[in-house]
Structures are given as C-alpha cells and as structure tokens.
Design a protein around this ligand. Structure first.
Ligand code: ADP
Length: 759
C-alpha cells in the first residue's frame, strides 16, 4: 500500500480491547492515524466531539444502552462523520436498523487487512451521508471529474480489483490490478461487460443482486466464478456500491473485488474433510493444548448429543464424568505429555445426562518446528462391545464355575495331546496341581498299557464321523499308583467347524474296580473252597469210611471169635482196628489243620532260609535216615519275611515228599537251594525220585489229591504248602519231566512283607 488517504484520522469503537488494538495496529500500518479507541457508544460520541475524526469504525454489539447502530445514528446526526460497521453475523432486523443510518460501509467479521483497507478507502473517498449521492464520474481513461487525483492514484495502486460499470454491466473504469488479473489492457476491458468472464448462471444471479441495490441499501456483496484467459476457473468476491444520480433513475456501480479461489478451495477441502469425517464411526474432536474444543465432527453429535456450536469453545472435560479420577482431562493431558499419546477407556456423558463407555485416543499434531499445535481426539462409543463383553464374561463365569465345581474330572486336551485346562476334580484324581498338570501331555499320566484315546476315535472324530467315545482306562497318579477311570471324550470344533480340542469327562472308578477285583477274588476263593469242600465230603465219605468199614469188619470178626471162644486172632484183629482208628485220627487232624490255615493270623518275622531249612531237615531226619538219602543245602540262601512256623512246615513237607516218593532209586539225593530274583527269593527242593507226569502237575496241589495211593499220605501236604505260600504273597509250582525223572518243587517268596490281599 504505497498511497493512502494518509493523515486520515479514524476512531475505532470496539469493546473487545484485543480486537480494537489489532485494528488500530493495522490502520496505523496502512498510514492512518488513530487518535483514540472507544469501548462504548457514549465514549465514542465524546471522543468524536473532541477529535473530529474523518471516519469511525463501529462495532455493532456494544455494551450499555447504546449499541453501535444507535451510536452511529447520533454521530450521523450530530457530526456527520462517516461510519463503517464492523459486523459479525447480523440478523435481518439489526441489519435493517443499521441500513437506516446510511453507513459508509460494512466490514464482515472476520476480515483481512486487505478488506479493511478497501472498506476504509472507499468510505473516505465517497460523499458522506447527508450530501447528495452524486456519482463521481470517471472518464474512459480512468480520471475522475470531481475527485482530486490523489484518490485516483490510490485506487490505481491498490492490489484489489477496482472497477466501475453502468447499469447494463458495461465497464467504465478498471484499475491496474483488474487489468493484470484478466491479462487485458484497459482499452480492451472498458466498454466490455463486467461479467463477460463469468459463467451464465453466475451472470444472471449477480445481475439480479446488483439490480436489487437501492439508495437505502446501496452496498452489496456477491461472489461469482470467472474463467481466466488461462482457462482457470477462479472465484471473485465483490463489494459493490450503487451510486445514484439525483433522479435516482440513472446509476453507476463501483466495485472492489478480490480473488477468493484459495479460500473457496480451503472451504471445499474443509467441507470434504468434514464429510469424510462424518463417515467415521468415531467422534473426531480437535482441542487446543488445554483441552478446549475447536472442532466437533465425525459422530460427535450422534454420540454426545451436542451440536458443534454447542460444543466448540468448551473444555473437553464437559463430555466425560467429572468425578472419575482415571479419565480426568488433567490425567489424560499429563499422559499425552509423558508418552506422546493417550489410549484408554473413559466414561462419557451425553447431553441428556446418560453415561456412555468410550474408547478414547488422543494425539497432538505438531507444526513444522515440532511444536504441538492441537490435540486430535478420537472417541468411540463402545456400549455394544461392552455389553457383549459383559455377556461373554458372565457366560464365561458360569461356564468356569460349572467347570471348576463339577464333581467329575474335566479337562481339555489339544489335538497333540497336550493338557490345556483341567478342573479341580481332575487335579484331585491325578494328585497334581493345575500348573503341573497343564504342563503335561495326556500320555504322561496314562498307564503304559492303555492308550490315551483310541486311534479310531481320533481319526473318526477329526473326519467328522464319530461324535464321542466312552471307555475305561488307567491313569497313573502322581504318587505312582493306578487310577481306574471311565472317560467320555468328544471333539470340540470352532464356529467354522475347525477342530479345536478334545473335552474329556473323567470319572474315578478305582474304588469300584477294587471292589470288583475283590469280589472276583472272593468268588474264585469261594469256588476253590467249594471244590475243596466237595473233595472233603468225598474224602470224609470215602477215606473215613474205609477205616470205619475196616473197624466194623474186624469188630464183627471179634464178636464171632468171642462167641466161639476163639482167641487166637483176637490180638491181630485188635491191631487192625487200632491202625484203622489211627488212620481216621490222622485224617481228622489233617482236616482240622487245613481248615485252620486260612484263618490263622500270619506272623511276620525275618527268616534266613538256610537256617529255617536246616530246622526242617532235622524235623524229617527220621525218614531221611531210613531211606539213607543224601541232602545238599546251598549256603547262600536268601532271607525272607513271614510266618516262620508255617514256612518251616512247607519245607518239611517238600523234603518229606522228596524222600517219600524216591521210589527204588539206589542213590536218593535231595538238593535244596535258592536265589534272589527281583523282590523275590526263589527256592527249590529237587529230588531224583519217581517224578510226576506233567499232566498231573497242577492236580497235586489240590486238597486230598494223591497220585500214588500205595504210599502213605493224606494228600493234604501240598495243598497246605500252596495256601501258606500264597498267603505270603508267593507262588509254588513243580517241574518234572515225568515218571522216573525226579521232581523240582519251586517256592517263590517275597523278600519283604506284602499284603497279599491287594490285587
Ligand atoms: P501226601 O504226601 O499226603 O500224599 P501231598 O499233598 O504232599 O500228599 O502230595 C500229593 C501227591 O503229590 C502225592 O500223593 C504224590 O502223588 C505227589 N507228590 C508229592 N511230592 C512228590 C515228589 N517229590 N515226587 C513225586 N510225587 C510227589
């Protein structure tokens, strides 16, 4: 701005001191003098009276009874000083009132320095109100007839586009900036239509707007597009003033314009970005660094219920719960300062007072020097998600409780057999805590002879052919013992049908199994007992009967001999009767012995076998000597634990039998030895006697079963030995190749005490 109507003195009436100071600074920079600022109508009138300025810039909204319009009216009446209104958004009634004061111009807020300068210059160069509205005639070469040259020079030089045109649009004057803008000479332009570069629709509209200007409202603003000589479409904004002649019929227009293409583009971009943001599912809120809202877009209105005009300017804290410490604005701002961003959940509060769960993120935007300018906050209503989460949590919790508290073991096994999750009962069944168990594979706790899941089922279920399977299997408790279980397993798939894991319900049936085994043992014991009883009945009826018949027969003989007084066979017969009675007693004693053996409590003592066998040999030394048998006992016999008297009885019996069933062997030899095998002592009594046909190996251990009835005996000895050995948790068996091949009787006894009652 090289030339101005300099030295013009302007009073600025504006109650907002920062705005007033800024206008004053701009005006001073343009070369004007600002003798005073005024903050109210009354102050303005007083200062105008004292300084008699050339122009007054008047804010309409002023404090006190007198607003800007009323002040202008009084100024007009008392001093005739031209007044330019600085207006914000003015409602039609106010505008009508303002118009009546015939102001020298309007500057809409916000304005640029260029707009301020143009408005001030136009006001200073036009006739003041009260004077006649006589247009300053401008000739084709641009000189004014009535105005001094200094104004022409000023208008020539300002960068704004200035023109004058007649009612039909014919240009009568253009300034240098106008020529430069359209890249045409003044000769080319003057005489052409001022709307020649505007599109048709704009031409009609602008023409109507221009025609609508009246002496009462001679100033108007309008905007239109132009197509420049370089075929660019640009936007021009004009402030146009109609200048009427005395008759008010003929008129000319003077217009000052500027290119607002950039502003329009910025507006369009803003509109576009706003429209894009509207599509976002979140509220997008821009705040200054203290959290004061500057932009309110996206779904902000939908979520919080406030319009942009209600929200802009307020602190962002007004949309979230004030009492919450966690989501206080201070904390969020502190967090951003500390880490450069904030991400978290806050409780929002809507216009209607409803609380809304919000997922918020906030980040600063920086200028090119790295200084934070504003904060961009993205807020998402997560009510729906929260509800879903809550519902899911509740159903999870229900499932978890059912899972945890089930009285049956439940676990989830992945497709590789790894244990994913086990409930309390499952941990109890196997003796592991959850952490231990969930680190194992199902095979680690499965009995080696059982499979974890039958392969057919795994393959069948993965192929979608089998639903579930129930089977009995054995697990190994952490303490090493067997746990019997009834397992029911199914494959779980995800919503797409993909196999996820197996779920197994496991019922501990160890107790039932024990009971079952015990029952089977008892049944078999009972069966054995029954067989023995049958045999006993037979023996009683047969073996006891035969001595009785003998006794009866000889008693008859004795009777006869007594009647005949024949005494020569008497002694002989008595001998037979006694022998038969002895036999009967032996049988009855054996029966008693066998019936006692199962009931006697077993004593447990440490027994070195060599020692005990020596005792046994001494007990049967008589028969050994009679048969002149040689007995060899190995030195290193093991030591066992058991009932000494009973075990001694077993070995006596075996040695006695070895002598008894030696047959005609000229060198009767008995060898006794033993060794340790695992937890057992395995001993043998070997003879070179008559041997036993392998067909009868099993039978000889039965009660009263005898192969050789010629030899003295009752058939109780081996049955008794078997029972004693088994009661010790051991076994007895015989090996013999057959008749004349000798026999070996084997006795296997545990080295330490066991409970033979357990399976
Ligand atoms: P007993 O000796 O009273 O006949 P055991 O129960 O001791 O009854 O023996 C059953 C049967 O087994 C004997 O009758 C005999 O036939 C056979 N037996 C036992 N020991 C031997 C042996 N060392 N050699 C051949 N046979 C034997």
């Amino acid at each position: 701005m090289s030339t101005t109507t300099s030295q013009a003195r302007i009073i600025v009436v504006e109650d907002e001191i920062t705005v007033a100071l800024s206008i004053r600074q701009s005006l001073q920079l343009m070369g004007y003098t600002v003798p005073e600022l005024a903050a109210s109508g009354a102050e303005a009138i007083d200062k105008i009276r004292r300084h008699a300025p050339d122009l007054v810039l008047m804010d309409i909204g002023l404090p006190g009874k007198m607003d800007g319009i009323e002040a202008a009216r009084q100024i007009n009446r008392r001093f005739g000083t031209p007044v330019i209104f600085i207006t914000g958004h003015t409602d039609p009634t106010t505008f009508q009132r303002a118009k009546k004061t015939i102001p020298a111009g309007y500057i809409p807020k916000p304005f640029t320095e260029q707009e301020l300068f143009t408005a001030v210059e136009l006001a200073l160069t036009r006739p003041s109100p009260g004077q006649n509205h006589v247009a300053a005639k401008i000739t084709a070469n641009g000189t004014t007839t009535e105005k001094p040259d200094r104004f022409r020079t000023m208008i020539e030089d300002i960068p704004a586009l200035v023109c004058r045109f007649l009612a039909d649009g014919t240009l009568t004057y253009v300034n240098a900036a106008y020529c430069a803008y359209f890249n045409k000479s003044r000769i080319d332009l003057i005489g052409s239509n001022f709307l020649r570069y505007a599109p048709k629709v704009d031409q009609q509209r602008v023409r109507r707007q221009v025609e609508a200007l009246t002496p009462d409202a001679p100033v108007g603003n309008f905007v239109h597009q132009v197509v420049t000589p370089t075929h660019e479409v640009r936007w021009l904004q004009w402030t146009c003033q109609a200048i009427f002649d005395d008759s008010l019929n003929d008129r000319e227009y003077q217009a000052v314009g500027s290119d607002i293409t950039e502003r329009k583009q910025a507006e369009a971009n803003l509109l576009l970005s706003d429209q894009i943001l509207q599509q976002m599912p979140s509220a997008i809120i821009v705040t200054d660094l203290s959290g004061k809202i500057q932009r309110w877009t996206g779904k902000a209105r939908d979520i919080f219920g406030y319009s942009a005009s209600e929200a802009v300017g307020r602190p962002i804290s007004f949309i979230h719960l004030p009492q919450s410490d966690i989501d206080s604005t201070e904390r969020i701002l502190a967090k951003i300062k500390e880490t450069g961003e904030f991400f978290g959940e806050v409780t929002g509060i809507t216009k209607s007072g409803k609380t809304v769960p919000i997922e918020a993120s906030a980040k600063p935007i920086f200028d090119k020097f790295g200084r934070p300018l504003v904060l961009i906050c993205t807020l998402r209503d997560i009510t729906f998600r929260k509800k879903n989460e809550q519902a899911l949590e509740e159903s999870e919790e229900r499932f978890r409780l059912a899972f945890e508290n089930a009285n049956i073991g439940v676990w989830l096994i992945d497709l590789e057999g790894r244990l994913l999750r086990a409930n309390n009962r499952m941990c109890q069944i196997l003796g592991y805590n959850r952490d231990e168990l969930e680190r194992l594979n199902v095979n680690d706790v499965t009995h080696p002879q059982d499979v974890d899941l039958p392969l057919e089922f795994v393959e069948g279920s993965l192929a979608g052919k089998t639903d579930h399977i129930t089977f009995e299997k054995r697990y190994i408790h952490k303490q090493g013992y067997v746990v019997w279980a009834n397992a029911s397993t199914s494959l779980v798939r995800d919503s797409f049908g993909q196999p996820l894991y197996f779920i197994s319900h496991v019922q501990d049936i160890t107790r039932q199994k024990l009971i079952e085994t015990e029952r089977e043992r008892l049944i078999s014991q009972l069966e054995t007992k029954n067989t023995e009883l049958e045999r006993m009945t037979y023996t009683i009826s047969h073996d006891l009967k035969s001595p009785l018949i003998t006794i009866q027969g000889f008693l008859t003989l004795l009777e006869k001999d007594a009647a005949n007084n024949a005494s020569e066979r008497f002694e002989q017969n008595i001998k037979f009767i006694r022998a038969a009675a002895k036999k009967m007693k032996q049988l009855v004693d054996d029966l008693l012995e066998i019936s006692r053996i199962g009931r006697l409590p077993s004593l447990r003592e440490t027994i070195p076998l060599s020692e005990m066998i020596r005792e046994a040999i001494s007990m049967v030394a008589g028969s050994i000597n009679v048969r002149a048998a040689k007995v060899y006992v190995s030195h290193d016999m093991p030591t066992v634990v058991g009932d000494r008297a009973r075990l001694s009885q077993v070995f006596q019996n075996l040695i006695d039998n070895a002598v008894k069933f030696m047959g005609t062997e000229p060198n009767p030899t008995i060898k006794i030895g033993g060794r340790i095998e695992g937890n057992f002592a395995v001993c043998y009594v070997k003879d070179n006697g008559i041997g036993i046909d392998p067909r009868y190996h099993h039978r000889i251990f039965n009660l009263f079963d005898r192969l050789d009835t010629d030899t003295e005996g009752s058939g109780v000895g081996l049955a008794l030995a078997k029972r004693v050995v088994e009661l010790h948790g051991g076994q007895i068996w015989v090996e013999s190749a057959g008749a004349g091949q000798g026999s070996i009787f084997w006795v296997k006894l545990p080295l330490t005490a066991t409970n033979p009652d357990l399976p």
